[in-house]
Each structure stands twice: as C-alpha cells, then as structure tokens.
Design a binder for this molecule. Structure first.
Ligand SMILES: [Zn+2]
Ligand SMILES: [Zn+2]
Length: 347
C-alpha cells in the first residue's frame, strides 16, 4: 500500500521506497496544474518503487498516464530514477537544471572503465594507500546497476524563473552544493493553512529536517576547474533562509517549518566541522590522513570501502573551503599533496 499525504492547496506526496537504504523513501510530490499533475522528483528505479508510485498516483486521484511533467531537484537516482518510466507511461516532459543535465549526459556517454581510472587517479592524489586504490584499477561496473543510464531531460530549469506550470507559481531557486545543478522550487502561493511566511519550498536534498546532505566534490572527469561545493552549499543555504517559506517540503523524512532555524543549525554544524579540521591540520596531512582522523558516525576502521570514498570527498570539500578562506594551505612540493593550517598573522 502506498502512503499518500494531502498537504492541501493541490499538493500531495507519495512515499516511494528506496530498497536497502537507511533513508527509507523519497517523497514524490504531486502538484496539480491546469494541464494535469506535475511531479517533483520520481523515486528510485526499481519495480517495487514503480508499483508504489503508480498505486500512490491512483490514491491521489490520477494515474501514471496522466502526468503532464516532471520537475527534478537533482540528478541522484533516488530522485530521477523513475523519470524515464513516467515519461514512457505519459509522454510527460522532464525538466532539470543545466549543470545536472550535463552530468546525466556524461553518465550516459561515459564508459565505466573511464570512470574507474578517473577515481583511481583522484584517490591516489588524495593520498589513499595502494590497497584501497587497487580494486578500482580492475573493477568492472555491472551494467544492471541503477543510475547507469539515467533519462535525458527535455527541458531546462532556469534559475530565478517560473516554471511553465499553468495555474501555478513555481519558481526555480538554484541551490548548488549537494550537486552542481540542485534546485529548490518555491511555490509562491499562500500557505493553505495560512501559516506565516512566504509560500512553500520543495527543498529536495538541500534542506532536510534531521540529516545533513552529503557535500563532496563535483566529480567530473572532463572538468579540471577547482570547484568549492561546500562554499556553494553554505551560500545556497543562506539563499533559501532568505525566502523564509511558511513550510518546507523536503524529498526525505518529513515536512517542517522555520527554514531559517534549520539553516542556522546546518551553518553551525559545518562551521564547527571546519574548525575541528583546521585544528587537525596542525601537522601537514593528505586528504586521506585527514579523513582518517575526522569524526564520523563510527570508527574509521569500521567504515566500509564505498563509504570511505564518500568520506574522502567530504574531507576534500572541507579542505577546499578552508583553503579558499585562507585558513589552510597546500604544502609546496608535497606529493601526494598535504595541507596545513595557515599560521595566524602575528599581532
Ligand atoms: Zn541527493
Ligand atoms: Zn536524496
């Protein structure tokens, strides 16, 4: 049975399960328009998830074949996974920000082997030991893995503009950080229960009530730009706090109010993490050594292989931010590169 919730004002949500994942489910929102229902995200590409989405749509008084369009907050498979199936069932358009659409195109075009050699080179540069990197050099990604061939979007979400949703005012707010093309969607209509604030915000993974989204690097084998995803994320947080929505409708967990308070908690969390990392950099460390010494939800020795790669990306995102702020610097001539806290200017 699909769990469906009516948020009022022509917005409902369906809990679409993510198999074998502690997050549990994606909240797929169904927004009524004069041309038919539009979905915000679609859920994980799996037969059970699809059945739940289809059942949920019927419980919402519609059906997969009636969907007019699909608005995607970001390209991750728990959000964009079922978009292609929805389009096949209904002829719906799929809209996505250009930066995430570029990732989708690259994923569709890149051979897995290229991806593995790119990751191997990156991890080596981050100071990962050979034993950690070696499996990547011989790996072959199974072709059945979800997310390997994501649906190509057919419309672009342009930051600051209203989406073409007849009868609704839904504005795209670009919130890079979790991914380079992540968007939140601001429903600029009075809250159906007249809660104080400005409309409602579909926040994707950008702003969640009880968890902090992963902020790593924007991994792109074709792009050598030194990006600053954590800096992007912190700026994006301030952007949504300024909107002061009456209610936040996130893609996981549950809806909540007081977005500015949640933004403050997240800003404080990342600031204290940056301060802790700067203290660890009293001695020069590679990103790998830094990740080993950082605080995680379990000891480093218990963190499985795949999660270690995510942890390294998270450490590197924080390092980039510290360097950008002038609070740490790369040690000249170190190989692999090590970072050290910048000397405080003497008084
Ligand atoms: Zn995500
Ligand atoms: Zn997600």
């Amino acid at each position: 049975m699909a769990t469906v919730y009516d948020h009022g004002g022509g917005v409902k949500s369906i809990q679409v399960p993510i198999p074998d994942n502690p997050l549990g489910h994606t909240l797929v929102y169904v927004v009524d328009t004069d041309r038919g229902p539009v979905l915000v995200d679609t859920g994980w590409d799996d037969p059970t998830s699809w059945d739940t989405l289809a059942e949920g749509l019927v419980a919402c008084g519609t059906a997969p074949g009636d969907i007019h369009g699909v608005v995607i907050t970001h390209h991750h498979p728990d959000h964009h996974g079922l978009s292609g199936t929805v389009r096949e069932a209904s002829g719906a358009w799929i809209a996505m920000h250009a930066a995430d659409a570029a990732i989708v195109r690259r994923t569709r075009a890149t051979r897995p082997g290229r991806w593995f050699s790119y990751m191997a080179a990156k991890l080596t540069a981050a100071g990962a030991p050979d034993a950690h990197v070696a499996p990547l050099r011989t790996a072959h990604r199974p072709s059945t893995l979800p997310g390997l061939s994501p649906a190509a979007p057919d419309r672009e979400i342009v930051p600051g503009e209203l989406l073409d949703l007849p009868g609704r005012r839904l504005r795209a707010i670009w919130t890079p950080g979790h991914t380079p093309g992540h968007v939140c969607l601001h429903l600029e209509e009075e809250h159906p229960a007249r809660l104080p604030g400005h409309g409602r915000l579909f926040s994707g993974d950008h702003l969640l009530p009880e968890i902090t989204p992963h902020i790593g690097l924007y991994e792109d084998p074709d792009d050598t730009t030194v990006t600053d995803p954590l800096g992007d994320y912190l700026a994006s947080l301030e952007r949504v706090a300024r909107l002061a929505p009456a209610e936040v409708l996130p893609a996981h967990q549950h809806t909540f109010t007081d977005a500015p308070a949640r933004v403050r908690e997240l800003l404080t969390h990342h600031e204290s993490r940056l301060t802790d990392l700067q203290a660890l950099l009293a001695e020069p460390l590679t990103p790998w050594q830094l990740a080993e010494r950082m605080e995680w939800n379990r000891p480093w020795s218990h963190i499985p292989y795949g999660s270690r790669n995510i942890a390294i990306a998270e450490a590197e995102a924080h390092l980039r931010r510290l360097v950008k702020l002038g609070r740490a610097e790369a040690v000249a001539g170190s190989e692999p590169v090590t970072y050290v806290a910048s000397a405080r200017p003497s008084l």
